[in-house]
Write a protein that binds this ligand. Structure first.
Ligand SMILES: Cc1ncc(COP(=O)(O)O)c(C=O)c1O
Length: 373
């Protein structure tokens, strides 16, 4: 029965070149990695690994229950305070992933009395959060502040949440945060900014909301993942203390989910401390991204991701395979993971790439693009 149901779907995906496949990596592989999201190059840093190992010894292998039961440790609270203070926010609440942080905050603020105004390019976690929120959702064209204002002005709902990313995950372009925050304020709405690709990267590491002077405003909420620049796992919602209190009481992905593993908390905290002690790291990400963008002849990126459009999904997969064969791992974006239907190579810059790595990576990637284009 399952075969009749699923086999035609699998065949249809295969025919369009859109089948996704898992490929495990070796711990000791000798590759230049332009596919992972370890933007600050800290996932194997001895200080970060040591902090996680120490937490494992102290706290054991799991958090043992929901944050509301036994899943909150002193590490969770220390991490929340450290992230909030680094990003200029009053408080933070850690979730077990960035996906669940987005789900948790949007659903806890949603419902029939809240309009969601969502940028057309936001991450799947925010799209899913809107769907789960039982709110009316207006999807507005990408970075269109006027459309946001219009949706807010015409609403009947007493509350509204505007959803965007500071640096978008696919095109790696920046949102007009100052204009969005002003528009939200003018219409008595709240702006939620997902800084998954901003933390550790933009605003000298503190993110674009901080850089734009918007941190700490009571109508601006930030979410972040700890799985990228923070080299760990988990997510966080940052904002006023009243919001934190509300989430602890109303956020289903916080209440009904086992708390973040203490070892992940310790790793993220250690990564944040390294970033604070070595504030030059974010500039290295931007320099590497600029080099990759120039080599691939695409516009400079606002964040760590360099997106290179290719003719189609098959060419994208083929180019990624050619790179891998030549010792460079790159990512690929294909529908439905792209907002505009265009398949792309996804190159992620990180602060750990050496000049030699970048020379080699640029040569390999441009050669692969040339072969498939
Ligand atoms: C913009 C954005 N938001 C949220 C997430 C989800 O974060 P996590 O991987 O921690 O669940 C991601 C990760 O891919 C992302 O790119």
């Amino acid at each position: 029965m399952l075969a009749d149901w699923l086999a035609p779907k699998a065949a249809a995906l295969e025919a369009r070149g859109l089948t996704r496949r898992l490929r495990s990596r070796a711990a000791d592989e000798d590759l230049i990695d332009l596919a992972g999201n370890d933007y600050l190059g800290l996932s194997r840093d001895a200080r970060v690994v040591g902090a996680a190992a120490e937490a494992l010894r102290l706290w054991g292998t799991g958090s043992t229950a929901s944050r509301l039961v036994t899943g909150t440790t002193s590490l969770h609270e220390e991490l929340e305070s450290a992230l909030a203070s680094y990003a200029g926010q009053e408080s933070g609440l850690v979730f077990s992933s960035g996906y669940l942080a987005n789900l948790g905050v949007v659903t806890a603020l949603g419902g029939p009395g809240t309009l969601m105004v969502s940028d057309d390019h936001v991450h799947a976690s925010l799209v899913d959060a809107c769907r789960l929120s039982r709110s009316r959702v207006e999807v507005v064209p990408h970075n269109d502040v006027e459309a946001v204002g219009k949706a807010l002005a015409e609403r009947n709902e007493p509350h509204a949440l505007v959803l965007t990313e500071s640096v978008f995950s696919v095109l790696s372009d920046a949102a007009p945060l100052a204009e969005l925050a002003a528009t939200a304020a003018a219409h008595d709405a709240v702006l939620l900014v997902d800084e998954a690709h901003g933390l550790g990267v933009t605003g000298a590491g503190r993110g674009s909301v901080h850089a734009g002077g918007l941190a700490g405003l009571d109508h601006v909420i930030v979410t972040m993942t700890l799985s990228k620049a923070m080299a760990a796992q988990g997510g966080v919602v940052l904002g006023p203390a009243l919001l934190r209190e509300h989430l602890i009481n109303r956020s289903r992905s916080f209440i009904y989910d086992t708390g973040l593993n203490p070892a992940a908390c310790a790793a993220a905290l250690a990564a944040l401390r390294v970033l604070q002690a070595e504030p030059e790291r974010p500039a290295a990400i931007h320099a590497a991204a600029a080099r990759l963008a120039a080599a691939c002849d695409v516009p400079p990126s606002s964040g760590p991701v360099v997106s290179v459009p290719l003719p189609g999904p098959r060419e994208t997969v083929q180019a990624a395979e050619l790179c891998l064969d030549a010792g460079v791992r790159v990512g690929s974006f294909r529908p439905p993971s792209v907002p505009d239907g265009v398949s792309r190579l996804r190159l992620t810059a990180n602060a750990g790439l050496t000049a030699d790595d970048l020379d080699r990576a640029c040569a390999v990637v441009t050669d692969a693009i040339g072969q498939v284009s």
